[in-house]
Design a protein around this ligand. Sequence first.
Ligand code: CP3
Length: 347
Amino acid sequence: MAVTAVETSALLAAARRQPVPHTPVWFMRQAGRYLPEYRAVRERHTLLEICATPELAAEVTLQPVRRLGVDAAILFADILLPLVPMGLDLAFVNGEGPVIRNPVRGAADVAHLAPVDVRDALAPVLETVRRVRRQLDDDTPLIGFAGAPFTVACYAIEGGSSRHFVTAKRLMYEAPATWHELMRRLVTVLGDYLAAQVEAGAQALQLFDSWAGALSPDDYSRYVAPYSRQLFDRLRSLGVPLIHFGVETGSLLELMRDAGGDVIGVDWRIPLDAARARIGVHHAVQGNLDPVALFAPLAELRGKVRDVLRRAGDDAGHIFNLGHGVLPATPVDHVRAVVDLVHELTA
Ligand code: CP3
């Protein structure tokens, strides 16, 4: 297992609330269209081609590490990949995002989902993990990830991105047995997938429950938390730090913490000190600069970075990040400036 980086990585230390040489920083969607070197690869390959070609996916994973000096790499893949071997027909349509042509709409669709042998069906992703690990130094861990069962279920049911998740929530309310069966199947596949990532060399895991904030606390507790908890309970035995992330989760922070994870991701709508007070001293936090702050003039941006660090406080257990992913038009030099400033101010 990944023991080498444990002593030297600021990110792994912070995730365990141990003392750090400086506050670690990485960015969700740090690989992506704001980087010219990523766009150069994307001109010749689709997103799914990159994910299916370990050589390309490893290269794209490493681009932001070289360019930005971040404290972690995140595997280049997508949360929707495990749906493909389950039998869903996934495409990324330019300008529209993900589209699933045969979404899950009822009990028969759930019953027809295929069991997945992740080592076989997701072999290219696992090979990417192995390749990236060989090219990273001990200070820079590789973060593996998956979508949380709820967020992945939303795409499987809606068939794409959604604003109000009407189709997914209707299924949850109208056919709870079908919903629960879908969530059970996702817990199995996602758990197998994340365990295989760690086996291949991932040193931390992030579970993206990006759209959990669309739920009331009561619905989150009834329809989602039990499955996230089952997944986290299984992942705990892997021995790597677990990050639990969602957007607009101000009303769910305690429930998400209780569902699992060593580190709780916080978005910019909640001041980090208030979030820390609610999450408590037994968890680390990750966040929470507004991704749009990266578009601000540097002086203003620096003030916002200082504010996040001040609110994070002096206690161990803060991983600097955005509250959500880097946006496509973000100025690269501003992203780099944030990394340098976080390191400088916390060294
Ligand atoms: O650098 C990284 O963060 C690693 C790679 C990564 C991607 N997707 C590649 C990608 C990660 C961690 C994800 C997670 C992901 N995918 C999430 C959770 C994070 C979040 O943003 O909330 C979600 C909801 C998805 C599903 C998804 N993938 C959507 C909705 C889209 C289209 C919208 C968009 O941003 O274009 C994607 C496409 C996608 N996945 C891109 C990348 C880099 C877009 C770039 C491209 O088309 O080349």
